[in-house]
Design a protein. Structure first.
Length: 261
């Protein structure tokens, strides 16, 4: 039976207090509270700085036993693409507690718009697959050039997940898809803030968007179709400003009529 894991991209946001978290809560209590409502989270801090095992040992204690942590790959692996062996080694070492406890979800490699489809970049992804060996990994592309049969076949061959997205329908961005290239259907909701996607002054502005129920209803048949073949469905909302991610995730959970935990 397919397992559904639905949550948000990040959970440690001060502006969620009074919107999702109680106003008097401390940051150290966020995850315990969050895990009452969701069974997975995407850790974004691993993109900005290399994690250490103690980070995840601490997080595991605050969540339920079947809670899954997905992690974004470090920017040296995706944006700079000059990570040396030490970077990979330290990143993998930090994941060991999650592997041992069974709480590791997917490692997400979110590539920038400037990461174009070509053979050299396909080779780069293959090297990443070799570094992460038996771990579940997924690639998120921001350039529609990656949406072709050769890429899909390549990802299937190396058991790499394709990250489906909901984002503004702007030129050369990816459209809504429900592509499954391994056992995990992976989907991220970024919001549909057309005006601020390329013109945001602050980082949060791009993701300042609250989904309407009818917009999420569009996804229900796509998700259910993908879930027929998938062992896991993993969905994250990245429209994090003012807890819009948590609110949107709860709407989708209700529409899919599944248990949260």
């Amino acid at each position: 039976m397919t397992e559904f894991f639905i949550g948000t991209s990040g959970y440690s946001y001060k502006d969620w207090e009074g919107e999702f978290y109680p106003k008097d809560i401390s940051a150290s209590q966020y995850l315990e509270y969050y895990s009452r409502y969701f069974n997975t989270v995407e850790i974004n801090s691993t993109y900005y700085s290399l994690p250490n095992p103690f980070l995840f040992l601490n997080l595991i204690k605050k969540a339920n036993n079947d809670f899954l942590f997905s992690c974004k790959a470090h920017y040296l692996m995706t944006h700079e693409r000059n990570a040396d062996d030490n970077v990979y080694s330290n990143f993998l070492k930090a994941l060991e507690p999650l592997k041992k406890s069974g709480n590791l979800g997917v490692i997400l490699f979110q590539f920038p718009y400037s990461f174009y489809y070509n053979n050299n970049n396909l080779d780069y992804i293959k090297k990443i697959r070799e570094k992460f060996e038996d771990l579940s990994i997924a690639c998120e592309f921001r350039n529609v050039g990656w949406l072709n049969d050769k890429v899909i076949n390549f990802l299937q061959m190396f058991k790499i997940g394709f990250c489906n997205v909901d984002e503004p329908e702007l030129p050369k961005l990816l459209p809504a898809t429900n592509i499954l290239t391994n056992e995990i259907f992976y989907l991220r909701f970024h919001g549909r803030n057309y005006e601020k996607w390329w013109n945001s002054k602050e980082a949060f502005e791009r993701y300042n968007y609250m989904y309407k129920q009818e917009e999420l209803e569009e996804w229900v048949p796509k998700i259910k179709e993908a879930s027929i073949k998938a062992k896991k469905v993993m969905i994250y909302f990245n429209n994090h400003y003012k807890a819009q991610a948590a609110k949107s995730a709860n709407i989708l959970i209700s529409l899919l009529d599944i248990n949260k935990n």
